[in-house]
Design a binder for this molecule. Structure first.
Ligand code: ZN
Length: 297
Protein backbone atom coordinates (compact mmCIF):
# COMPACT_ATOMS: atom_id res chain seq x y z
CA UNK A 1 0.00 0.00 0.00
CA UNK A 2 1.43 3.41 -0.95
CA UNK A 3 1.82 6.05 1.74
CA UNK A 4 -0.77 8.24 -0.07
CA UNK A 5 -3.27 5.39 0.20
CA UNK A 6 -2.44 4.96 3.87
CA UNK A 7 -3.01 8.69 4.45
CA UNK A 8 -6.31 8.66 2.55
CA UNK A 9 -7.54 5.64 4.49
CA UNK A 10 -6.82 7.55 7.70
CA UNK A 11 -8.67 10.62 6.35
CA UNK A 12 -11.66 8.40 5.55
CA UNK A 13 -11.90 7.47 9.23
CA UNK A 14 -12.53 11.09 10.32
CA UNK A 15 -16.03 11.15 11.76
CA UNK A 16 -18.73 13.04 9.86
CA UNK A 17 -20.25 14.87 12.79
CA UNK A 18 -20.93 18.43 11.74
CA UNK A 19 -23.17 19.12 8.77
CA UNK A 20 -21.11 22.19 7.82
CA UNK A 21 -17.94 20.09 7.59
CA UNK A 22 -19.58 17.20 5.73
CA UNK A 23 -20.76 19.60 3.04
CA UNK A 24 -17.36 21.32 2.95
CA UNK A 25 -15.53 18.00 2.50
CA UNK A 26 -17.67 16.81 -0.39
CA UNK A 27 -17.38 20.30 -1.91
CA UNK A 28 -13.58 20.00 -1.90
CA UNK A 29 -13.84 16.56 -3.53
CA UNK A 30 -16.29 17.81 -6.19
CA UNK A 31 -14.02 20.66 -7.27
CA UNK A 32 -11.34 18.01 -7.90
CA UNK A 33 -13.75 15.54 -9.55
CA UNK A 34 -13.17 14.16 -13.06
CA UNK A 35 -16.43 15.86 -14.11
CA UNK A 36 -18.35 18.52 -12.20
CA UNK A 37 -20.91 20.24 -14.42
CA UNK A 38 -24.62 20.99 -14.52
CA UNK A 39 -25.03 17.93 -16.79
CA UNK A 40 -22.93 15.39 -14.99
CA UNK A 41 -20.98 14.77 -11.82
CA UNK A 42 -18.35 12.06 -11.88
CA UNK A 43 -16.07 11.24 -8.96
CA UNK A 44 -13.55 8.46 -9.55
CA UNK A 45 -10.81 6.85 -7.51
CA UNK A 46 -8.82 3.62 -7.38
CA UNK A 47 -9.07 3.46 -3.61
CA UNK A 48 -12.41 1.86 -2.70
CA UNK A 49 -12.27 3.32 0.82
CA UNK A 50 -12.24 6.80 -0.72
CA UNK A 51 -15.13 5.94 -3.06
CA UNK A 52 -17.21 4.67 -0.12
CA UNK A 53 -16.42 7.84 1.81
CA UNK A 54 -17.56 10.02 -1.10
CA UNK A 55 -20.72 7.95 -1.47
CA UNK A 56 -21.52 8.50 2.22
CA UNK A 57 -20.72 12.24 1.99
CA UNK A 58 -23.05 12.70 -1.02
CA UNK A 59 -25.78 10.92 0.88
CA UNK A 60 -25.35 12.95 4.07
CA UNK A 61 -24.81 16.34 2.51
CA UNK A 62 -27.32 16.24 -0.36
CA UNK A 63 -29.47 13.13 0.27
CA UNK A 64 -28.23 11.77 -3.03
CA UNK A 65 -28.01 7.97 -3.38
CA UNK A 66 -25.38 6.68 -5.77
CA UNK A 67 -23.73 3.25 -6.22
CA UNK A 68 -20.08 2.90 -7.30
CA UNK A 69 -19.49 1.58 -10.83
CA UNK A 70 -16.34 -0.10 -12.02
CA UNK A 71 -14.39 1.72 -14.75
CA UNK A 72 -11.08 0.02 -15.52
CA UNK A 73 -8.90 0.09 -12.41
CA UNK A 74 -11.08 2.77 -10.88
CA UNK A 75 -14.45 2.90 -9.23
CA UNK A 76 -16.67 5.89 -9.92
CA UNK A 77 -19.74 7.63 -8.65
CA UNK A 78 -21.78 9.15 -11.47
CA UNK A 79 -24.74 11.51 -11.18
CA UNK A 80 -26.67 12.50 -14.30
CA UNK A 81 -30.21 12.98 -13.03
CA UNK A 82 -31.06 16.71 -13.13
CA UNK A 83 -32.94 16.50 -9.82
CA UNK A 84 -29.90 15.05 -8.03
CA UNK A 85 -27.45 17.48 -9.60
CA UNK A 86 -29.92 20.26 -8.74
CA UNK A 87 -29.78 19.32 -5.05
CA UNK A 88 -25.98 19.40 -5.09
CA UNK A 89 -25.85 22.75 -6.89
CA UNK A 90 -28.45 24.31 -4.60
CA UNK A 91 -26.63 23.25 -1.46
CA UNK A 92 -23.36 24.66 -2.77
CA UNK A 93 -24.90 27.92 -3.99
CA UNK A 94 -24.34 27.30 -7.70
CA UNK A 95 -26.75 28.14 -10.49
CA UNK A 96 -28.16 24.97 -12.02
CA UNK A 97 -28.59 26.40 -15.46
CA UNK A 98 -25.13 27.70 -16.07
CA UNK A 99 -21.68 26.14 -16.34
CA UNK A 100 -19.79 25.76 -13.15
CA UNK A 101 -17.16 28.33 -12.35
CA UNK A 102 -14.16 27.14 -10.47
CA UNK A 103 -14.40 29.77 -7.79
CA UNK A 104 -14.77 28.60 -4.24
CA UNK A 105 -17.96 29.73 -2.53
CA UNK A 106 -16.37 31.10 0.65
CA UNK A 107 -19.79 31.42 2.33
CA UNK A 108 -19.61 27.66 2.87
CA UNK A 109 -16.17 27.83 4.42
CA UNK A 110 -16.40 30.40 7.17
CA UNK A 111 -15.09 28.28 10.02
CA UNK A 112 -11.60 26.77 10.23
CA UNK A 113 -13.19 23.33 10.72
CA UNK A 114 -14.92 23.68 7.35
CA UNK A 115 -11.75 24.90 5.58
CA UNK A 116 -9.87 21.87 6.93
CA UNK A 117 -12.71 19.57 5.83
CA UNK A 118 -12.76 21.14 2.36
CA UNK A 119 -9.02 20.54 2.01
CA UNK A 120 -9.49 16.95 3.20
CA UNK A 121 -12.01 16.37 0.39
CA UNK A 122 -9.71 18.07 -2.12
CA UNK A 123 -6.76 15.94 -0.99
CA UNK A 124 -8.79 12.71 -1.21
CA UNK A 125 -9.31 13.44 -4.91
CA UNK A 126 -6.26 15.44 -6.00
CA UNK A 127 -3.58 14.87 -3.40
CA UNK A 128 -0.44 12.74 -3.08
CA UNK A 129 2.26 12.57 -0.45
CA UNK A 130 5.67 10.87 -0.47
CA UNK A 131 6.28 8.19 2.16
CA UNK A 132 8.64 8.47 5.14
CA UNK A 133 11.39 6.61 3.23
CA UNK A 134 11.40 9.26 0.48
CA UNK A 135 12.26 12.94 0.19
CA UNK A 136 9.50 15.04 1.70
CA UNK A 137 6.84 16.07 -0.85
CA UNK A 138 3.09 16.67 -0.60
CA UNK A 139 1.03 18.07 -3.45
CA UNK A 140 -2.53 18.96 -4.40
CA UNK A 141 -3.23 18.95 -8.13
CA UNK A 142 -5.99 20.54 -10.22
CA UNK A 143 -6.43 21.53 -13.85
CA UNK A 144 -8.07 24.81 -12.81
CA UNK A 145 -5.79 27.76 -12.19
CA UNK A 146 -8.38 29.80 -10.28
CA UNK A 147 -9.09 26.88 -7.95
CA UNK A 148 -5.38 26.45 -7.23
CA UNK A 149 -5.06 30.12 -6.36
CA UNK A 150 -8.10 30.09 -4.09
CA UNK A 151 -6.99 26.94 -2.35
CA UNK A 152 -3.70 28.67 -1.63
CA UNK A 153 -5.55 31.41 0.22
CA UNK A 154 -7.57 28.82 2.14
CA UNK A 155 -4.32 27.23 3.28
CA UNK A 156 -2.89 30.61 4.21
CA UNK A 157 -5.97 31.10 6.41
CA UNK A 158 -4.96 27.95 8.28
CA UNK A 159 -1.38 29.22 8.64
CA UNK A 160 0.02 26.95 5.90
CA UNK A 161 2.13 28.39 3.07
CA UNK A 162 2.18 26.11 0.04
CA UNK A 163 4.31 26.75 -3.04
CA UNK A 164 2.64 26.96 -6.46
CA UNK A 165 3.81 25.43 -9.72
CA UNK A 166 2.53 24.40 -13.13
CA UNK A 167 3.17 20.95 -14.61
CA UNK A 168 1.79 20.63 -18.14
CA UNK A 169 -1.92 21.40 -17.88
CA UNK A 170 -1.94 20.85 -14.12
CA UNK A 171 -1.64 23.45 -11.38
CA UNK A 172 0.07 22.29 -8.24
CA UNK A 173 0.15 23.38 -4.66
CA UNK A 174 2.96 21.67 -2.84
CA UNK A 175 5.01 21.47 0.32
CA UNK A 176 8.65 20.44 0.06
CA UNK A 177 9.59 20.88 3.69
CA UNK A 178 8.60 18.08 6.01
CA UNK A 179 7.22 20.27 8.79
CA UNK A 180 4.64 21.96 6.51
CA UNK A 181 3.52 18.64 5.02
CA UNK A 182 3.09 17.30 8.56
CA UNK A 183 1.11 20.40 9.59
CA UNK A 184 -1.14 20.04 6.57
CA UNK A 185 -1.83 16.36 7.22
CA UNK A 186 -2.54 17.04 10.89
CA UNK A 187 -4.95 19.86 10.03
CA UNK A 188 -6.95 17.83 7.51
CA UNK A 189 -7.29 14.83 9.83
CA UNK A 190 -4.31 12.49 9.38
CA UNK A 191 -2.24 13.04 12.56
CA UNK A 192 -0.95 9.45 12.58
CA UNK A 193 0.52 9.78 9.10
CA UNK A 194 2.05 13.12 10.11
CA UNK A 195 3.60 11.45 13.17
CA UNK A 196 5.02 8.70 10.98
CA UNK A 197 6.75 11.30 8.77
CA UNK A 198 8.04 13.11 11.83
CA UNK A 199 9.42 9.94 13.42
CA UNK A 200 11.20 8.93 10.22
CA UNK A 201 12.88 12.34 10.15
CA UNK A 202 13.98 12.09 13.79
CA UNK A 203 15.39 8.59 13.22
CA UNK A 204 17.27 9.74 10.14
CA UNK A 205 18.80 12.68 12.01
CA UNK A 206 19.77 10.40 14.87
CA UNK A 207 21.41 7.92 12.49
CA UNK A 208 23.38 10.73 10.83
CA UNK A 209 24.55 12.04 14.19
CA UNK A 210 25.66 8.59 15.30
CA UNK A 211 27.50 8.01 12.01
CA UNK A 212 29.29 11.32 12.39
CA UNK A 213 30.34 10.42 15.94
CA UNK A 214 31.53 6.96 14.92
CA UNK A 215 33.55 8.45 12.05
CA UNK A 216 35.06 10.99 14.39
CA UNK A 217 36.01 8.36 16.99
CA UNK A 218 37.51 6.13 14.32
CA UNK A 219 39.62 9.04 13.10
CA UNK A 220 40.86 9.70 16.65
CA UNK A 221 41.73 6.04 17.12
CA UNK A 222 43.65 5.99 13.84
CA UNK A 223 45.56 9.08 14.92
CA UNK A 224 46.46 7.43 18.25
CA UNK A 225 47.57 4.23 16.49
CA UNK A 226 49.75 6.24 14.07
CA UNK A 227 51.44 8.07 16.92
CA UNK A 228 52.06 4.82 18.77
CA UNK A 229 53.57 3.19 15.66
CA UNK A 230 55.92 6.17 15.21
CA UNK A 231 57.06 6.02 18.81
CA UNK A 232 57.70 2.27 18.60
CA UNK A 233 59.68 2.58 15.36
CA UNK A 234 61.86 5.32 16.86
CA UNK A 235 62.42 3.37 20.08
CA UNK A 236 63.25 0.20 18.20
CA UNK A 237 65.78 2.00 16.01
CA UNK A 238 67.54 3.44 19.03
CA UNK A 239 67.63 0.11 20.88
CA UNK A 240 69.02 -1.52 17.74
CA UNK A 241 71.85 0.98 17.49
CA UNK A 242 72.68 1.67 21.17
CA UNK A 243 70.92 -0.93 23.30
CA UNK A 244 68.88 -0.25 26.44
CA UNK A 245 71.50 2.19 27.74
CA UNK A 246 70.33 4.71 25.16
CA UNK A 247 67.54 5.68 27.57
CA UNK A 248 68.11 7.27 30.99
CA UNK A 249 66.42 5.51 33.93
CA UNK A 250 62.93 7.08 34.02
CA UNK A 251 62.61 6.96 30.24
CA UNK A 252 63.45 3.27 30.11
CA UNK A 253 60.27 2.36 32.02
CA UNK A 254 58.27 4.33 29.47
CA UNK A 255 60.05 2.56 26.63
CA UNK A 256 59.42 -0.84 28.19
CA UNK A 257 55.68 -0.19 28.71
CA UNK A 258 55.23 1.30 25.25
CA UNK A 259 56.78 -1.77 23.66
CA UNK A 260 54.75 -4.10 25.85
CA UNK A 261 51.41 -2.33 25.22
CA UNK A 262 51.65 -0.93 21.70
CA UNK A 263 47.87 -0.44 21.22
CA UNK A 264 47.24 1.46 24.48
CA UNK A 265 46.03 5.03 24.27
CA UNK A 266 48.06 7.62 26.17
CA UNK A 267 45.72 7.60 29.15
CA UNK A 268 45.66 3.80 29.31
CA UNK A 269 49.45 3.64 29.15
CA UNK A 270 49.82 6.33 31.85
CA UNK A 271 47.74 4.14 34.20
CA UNK A 272 50.18 1.24 33.82
CA UNK A 273 53.00 3.08 35.62
CA UNK A 274 53.54 2.26 39.26
CA UNK A 275 52.46 4.68 40.58
CA UNK A 276 50.43 5.89 37.57
CA UNK A 277 51.63 9.11 35.97
CA UNK A 278 49.63 11.91 34.36
CA UNK A 279 48.81 11.90 30.68
CA UNK A 280 50.76 15.14 30.01
CA UNK A 281 53.67 13.63 31.97
CA UNK A 282 53.66 10.56 29.74
CA UNK A 283 53.30 12.69 26.64
CA UNK A 284 56.36 14.69 27.71
CA UNK A 285 58.43 11.51 28.23
CA UNK A 286 57.42 10.08 24.86
CA UNK A 287 58.39 13.34 23.20
CA UNK A 288 61.83 13.15 24.82
CA UNK A 289 62.23 9.54 23.67
CA UNK A 290 61.43 10.50 20.10
CA UNK A 291 63.86 13.42 20.30
CA UNK A 292 66.57 11.05 21.47
CA UNK A 293 65.76 8.64 18.67
CA UNK A 294 65.74 11.33 16.01
CA UNK A 295 69.02 12.83 17.24
CA UNK A 296 70.53 9.44 16.60
CA UNK A 297 69.46 9.38 12.92
ZN1 ZN B 1 -17.45 22.96 9.83
Amino acid sequence: MSFSTEVKNELCRVSMQRACCTRAEVYGALLHASVFSHKEIRLSAENMTVVRRLQALLQRAFFVECEPQKAGRKQQLVLTEPAQIGRVFDALGYDCKSHITYHINRNLLEEDCCIASFLRGAFLMGGTVAGPDKKSHLELKTTHQSLSGEETSLMLDLGLSPKQARRGSAYLLYFKDGASAEDFLTRIGAPHAAMELMQAKVEKNLRNTINRQVNCETANMMKAADASARQIAAIQALIDSRGEDAFPGNLWETVRLRLEYPTDSLSELAQRFDPPISKPGLSHRLKKIIELAEKED
